[in-house]
Design a protein around this ligand. Structure first.
Ligand code: C5P
Length: 288
């Protein structure tokens, strides 16, 4: 095989809880992750030059070691002694630095693609280790679907598929640094934690309104301080018919869940106009 075309999907958090801080500074997490339909296209082609070349449709996106997709290809080449190089083309549709794991998902797609392209047969355990070296969300992005993620994000338990729902993503016109959000969290006291068990029960019972009632993210408070639009978007989603709304990951993207497609499309239009946002995307829950 000489080339491969992959879809790297975005994720949203249905819940995100922080249960402690580790000695290495990382936070102990407990969160329910869910894949959505929205994807970046990742094209990987073997080249007979001994390096990785990366291109994307966003001219400002790093194309070197600062890009996780580039790093993923380099790590695999080094570990498996591959002399050939690869050309990677990213067609980004997932907003960047948005809390939607776009970079992590591109990275996971490159790991998956390199494994297939070069017939490496990397075992699951090693693949998960390499993924975690690259970033806390990358192991989940390899797995996809509905999952409980604990530890740094790498201890994954598959959950039954989340009830079908329309999802509108709205990203304020700023990016938030995950590290900065966690740092700000360390200076505040978390008083309200998600009821993760109740959210899991709702998923198991295929109860969409139960899922919506239990959407909760402990990072929201500090992210709202850094980007007040997050709070305004949540309210606007609910005022426009969403059955629940939450910030995803460390933000700043806020999503609304809808059980009706037309209502979701109308809400997307209203939010796009009211907040003058470029990144308002209608998508849906994606179950693998
Ligand atoms: O693992 P990753 O590089 O994606 O994490 C980005 C940043 O998010 C880390 O440098 C850290 O500040 C924060 N983080 C954390 N605890 C986690 C995951 C991420 O503090 N479990």
């Amino acid at each position: 095989m000489e080339h491969i075309n992959l879809k790297a999907r975005a994720k949203i958090n249905l819940t995100l809880d922080v249960t402690g801080v580790r000695d290495d500074g990382y936070h102990e997490l407990k969160m329910i992750m869910q894949t959505v339909e929205l994807y970046d296209r990742v094209y990987i082609k073997k080249i007979d030059k001994p390096y990785v070349k990366l291109k994307s449709n966003l001219e400002w996106l790093p194309t070197d070691g600062k890009n996780l997709a580039y790093r993923a290809a380099e790590i695999i080449r080094k570990e498996y002694g591959i002399n050939e190089g690869v050309f990677i083309e990213l067609q980004k549709a997932i907003p960047v630095a948005a809390g939607l794991a776009g970079g992590s998902s591109d990275c996971a797609a490159v790991l998956y693609g390199m494994n297939i392209l070069f017939g490496l047969k990397i075992d699951r355990k090693r693949m998960a280790e390499i993924a975690l070296e690259l970033g806390s969300d990358v192991p989940y992005c390899l797995m996809r679907g509905t999952a409980l993620a604990e530890g740094r994000g790498e201890i994954l338990t598959k959950l039954p598929p989340c009830p079908e729902s329309w999802v509108v993503l709205a990203k304020p016109p700023v990016g938030l640094s995950t590290a900065a959000v966690y740092k700000a969290l360390d200076k505040t006291e978390v008083t309200v934690h998600p009821d993760t068990e109740a959210a899991i029960r709702a998923i198991e019972n295929n109860d969409l309104s139960g899922v919506a009632d239990n959407l909760s993210n402990v990072l929201e408070k500090v992210s709202i301080e850094m980007c007040p639009m997050v709070g305004q978007l949540k309210k606007c989603f609910i005022d426009n018919g969403a059955i629940g709304a939450l910030m995803s990951g460390s933000g700043p993207t806020v999503y609304g869940l809808f059980d009706d497609k037309d209502l979701a499309a109308e809400a997307a239009e209203t939010i796009r106009k009211e907040f003058q946002l470029r990144d308002v995307i209608l998508t849906k829950i994606y179950n693998v």
